[in-house]
Design a protein. Structure first.
Length: 401
């Protein structure tokens, strides 16, 4: 749904009914993840995609039928056709399950409220029932970051609505989109439900420390991937907007001091490109103690070994040192700043998805591994640090300012 939120919001403001087809389950090598949607308005306008082209025509017809009949939501599955690769099916070999339902903004105002928040890039979630009783299938709740949820699940279903809203808000706090199971407990939510939670959260952050040429290329690559990019350096002559036009913000401050004061979460990527101990050690000591998703540091293998010794001397435990990706990046033979930026972002992507970083030609099995709700849209959850941040670290008797 997030892929077409702005258009859906425009349709809602115009009170235009529409049919929404949502990918609710994926198996094998399917092209698009759960949550991706296609919509058809009552006027026949179509927006979005559910398969990258394989089954769009068939889904469009299902949407038109649902609009015209005002029927109940329909779950349908598409897979590869062995008898005819050009028949309706996924030629990539995977399978997708799609929920098609009719939505009317006039009678479902919670959808307009949710899409308004999403279109404005404010945190909000839409919980969509994708498996359950006929009465509840397709039911939606709007769950804001704060305040009461909006919408109903039909009939006297307050227990189910409360349980769904609680789970959706938990995913919203983590900035994750995914499918969850709710209920089956007679005391709280009697009916077992499968819920797809569409979460619109702030973009993840990429914090680049060191105003070097590599930082410019990395900021461009990070922004392309959807990160909100910050470049930070203590030297004002280098930390300028003119040198880093692709960054969302350029900060002049001591790296460790800026990191201590700024907001991070489990999706944050920290990239240390300074390879200068007076900056690196206090910064990395702090970064490795925070609940960020990725910490990488640039430098040669010799620099890496020296850095590890200094971090050990500064009291950083081995469990935290194991989180450090250094030398930063995957082995792509990168030499230019642009190639190095690809190497670094490739490692961040692999880390976020628990992937190997190996060429696909050297692997067997499905290309697209299943993504659980606990990992969708976030970097790997880091282990909790055993050492709290205790301020700047002295390096060889010198304390950074």
């Amino acid at each position: 749904m997030l892929n077409i939120a702005e258009t859906l919001y425009a349709w809602c403001r115009e009170a235009r009914p529409f049919a929404l087809a949502t990918v609710v389950d994926v198996s094998g090598s399917a092209p698009l993840p759960p949550g991706t949607a296609l919509a058809v308005s009552a006027d026949g306008d179509v927006i979005g995609s559910v398969s990258g082209g394989c089954v769009e025509a068939a889904v469009y017809e299902l949407c038109r039928e649902t609009l015209e009949s005002a029927g109940a939501p329909v779950l349908t599955r598409f897979g590869y056709s062995d008898s005819d690769a050009f028949a309706v099916g996924l030629t990539c070999g995977g399978e997708i399950e799609i929920l098609v339902q009719r939505l009317d903004p006039a009678v479902q105002p919670q959808l307009t409220a949710a899409l308004a928040e999403m279109a404005a890039d404010r945190p909000a979630a839409v919980a969509q029932i994708v498996n359950g009783s006929e009465e509840l299938l397709g039911g939606t709740l709007y769950v804001p970051a704060e305040g009461p949820y909006g919408g109903t699940l039909g009939g006297r279903r307050e227990a189910e609505a409360v349980a769904v809203a609680a789970q959706a808000r938990a995913l919203l706090r983590a900035g994750r989109t995914g499918r969850i199971e709710v209920g089956g407990d007679a005391d709280t939510c009697p009916e077992r439900l499968s819920v797809l939670v569409h979460t619109s959260a702030r973009p993840p952050r990429m914090l680049i420390f060191g105003a070097v040429d590599f930082a410019d290329a990395l900021s461009e690559a990070g922004r392309f991937l959807g990160y909100r990019v910050t470049v930070c350096d203590a030297r004002p002559v280098f930390a300028t907007r003119a040198r880093f036009p692709h960054a969302d913000e350029v900060v002049t401050d001591w790296p460790h001091r800026y990191l201590a004061a700024t907001e991070v979460d489990s999706r944050t990527a920290v990239c240390v490109l300074t390879h200068d101990a007076k900056f690196d050690i206090p910064l990395l000591r702090l970064a490795l103690s925070l609940p960020v998703g990725y910490v990488g540091a640039m430098g040669s293998r010799r620099t890496h070994e020296q850095r590890l010794e200094l971090l050990r001397e500064a009291g950083v435990p081995e469990v935290d040192l194991a989180r450090l990706n250094s030398p930063i990046g995957l082995d792509l033979g990168a030499r230019t700043p642009q190639e190095t930026a690809i190497s670094i972002t490739a490692e961040i992507i692999a880390h976020a998805n628990d992937a190997t970083g190996l060429p696909l030609s050297r692997r067997t099995g499905p290309i697209h591994a299943p993504v659980s709700a606990s990992r969708k849209g976030a970097l790997a959850d880091p282990p909790k640090s055993s050492t709290p941040y205790a301020g700047p670290v002295a390096v060889d008797g010198w304390l950074p300012g």
